[in-house]
Design a protein around this ligand. Structure first.
Ligand code: KDG
Ligand code: MG
Length: 405
């Protein structure tokens, strides 16, 4: 018998940081959860869903996941873009959750079953100076991580992407009336980072995977210089070396360095990855299961990438909710060219609002065996944390020019 969607509602909650969550309920009583969080623009996605998407979901067959994806992507005419794709991603995640629950199977089984026993994951180590960074690296190794993203402060700068002065977890979104403004100096960064990362490599030895995120700030030539300078560090990857636009520039970077490149947390469709994958300009795709429009397109990207020996490694910072993280881990367990999952971690209260079956142990994640995605939202607890306006920072050069953050 065909089931139908009877309600679709959006919850905005802020247990330490903002999350936007979609709840879809069917006539048979199945409940599906999706993540629609877009850091710093949360309410735009909430409105897109509430005002435009939720009304047209009512009465649809929840089993028709691909058709609903096409309906919301092609059917909108004004397609693509992070707001649209995060909204579609939430619907897609919620429908996979429902399909799993209806079938009594974890989503990874519906994707073809496990191709590995567990998923390698990496977390962040942050230190304002090298000594603090080495302590942070030791601390995350003590928690079992064998893959670590390392970010360090830069002499002469007051704030640096990914780094806290007190070693606390880095959370870029700041609550308040407007974005914090940071001063950025690429030359100082390029002078400092290679030497700092060489010291990290010497400290951990050859067997720990080290990653670094340049966060969109370099020109192609600067990126090539950094990639070359980091070759002795033997990075697992260097991430987002150049801004998202103008993908041709990666050809120049690629021709100059063998340091592996990871790109794509801000890309929202398979088409934005097409050139990067088919020209093998990158080694790792960073798409999140939410921002790229759900599990359905993430698998499509993975299939294209597999043909070109590119691997996928979904985005998993604190602004990707435990629901989208669950989506990524189900894909990860069932997808051969899945490499590694970012797991920045969450404060305890987030684990209480989003009760999840996925687990972390010894540097690895597993999606669990609960039917669907395996995440249930405690709505009463979520309601105790109303939305708080928050923005990502903006960056300016020393002369005041706005630059990429
Ligand atoms: O919202 C911005 C964050 O998601 C981003 O800064 C995190 O670059 C990031 C990463 O690789 O986790
Ligand atoms: Mg990144």
């Amino acid at each position: 018998m065909t089931d139908t969607i009877v309600s679709a509602d959006v919850l905005v909650t802020s247990p330490g940081r903002n999350f936007v969550t979609l709840k879809i309920v069917t006539a048979s009583g199945a409940v599906g959860w999706g993540d629609a969080t877009l850091n710093g623009r949360e309410l735009a996605v909430a409105s897109y869903l509430r005002d435009h998407v939720c009304p047209i979901l009512i009465g649809r067959d929840p089993a028709r996941i691909e058709d609903t994806w096409q309906y919301l992507y092609r059917g909108v005419y004004w397609r693509r873009g992070p707001v649209t794709m995060a909204a579609i991603g939430a619907v897609d995640l919620a429908l996979w959750d429902i399909k799993g629950k209806v079938c009594g199977q974890p989503v990874y089984q519906l994707l073809g079953g496990a191709v590995r026993n567990r998923i390698l994951s990496y977390t962040h180590a942050t230190g304002w100076d090298v000594a603090a960074l080495l302590d942070a690296v030791d601390a995350v190794r003590d928690r079992g991580f064998q893959a670590i993203r390392v970010q360090t402060g830069v002499p002469g700068l007051d704030s640096v992407y990914g780094v806290t002065k007190d070693g606390a977890a880095y959370e870029p979104a700041g609550r308040g009336a407007g974005p914090v403004e940071e001063i950025w100096d690429t030359a100082a960064y390029l002078r400092h980072v290679p030497g700092a990362l060489v010291q990290v490599r010497e400290h951990v030895g050859p067997n720990v995977a080290l990653l670094h995120d340049a966060h969109h700030r370099l020109t192609p030539n600067e990126a090539a210089r950094l990639g070359k300078a980091l070759e002795p560090v033997d990075l697992y990857w260097l991430e987002d070396v150049t801004p998202a636009e103008n993908q041709e520039v990666l050809r120049r970077v690629r021709a100059q360095t063998t340091t592996p490149l990871a790109i794509g947390e801000v890309f929202t469709t398979v088409w934005e990855f097409q050139q990067l994958i088919t020209e093998q300009l990158i080694d790792f795709v960073r798409a999140a299961s939410s921002h790229v429009g759900g599990i359905t397109p993430l698998r499509r990207i993975a299939a294209l990438a597999e043909v070109w020996q590119v691997r996928i490694a979904p985005h998993g910072p604190s602004d990707v909710s435990p629901i989208a993280l669950a989506g990524a881990t189900h894909v990860g367990l069932a997808t051969p060219n899945f490499a590694i999952q970012e797991y920045m971690g969450y404060p305890d209260v987030v684990h209480e609002v989003f009760r999840h079956d996925w687990t972390y142990a010894e540097g690895h994640l597993h999606p669990g065996e609960a039917p669907g995605l395996g995440v249930e939202v405690d709505e009463a607890l979520a309601a105790r944390f109303p939305y708080e306006r928050a923005y990502l920072p903006v960056a300016r050069r020393r002369d005041g020019t706005l630059t990429d953050w």
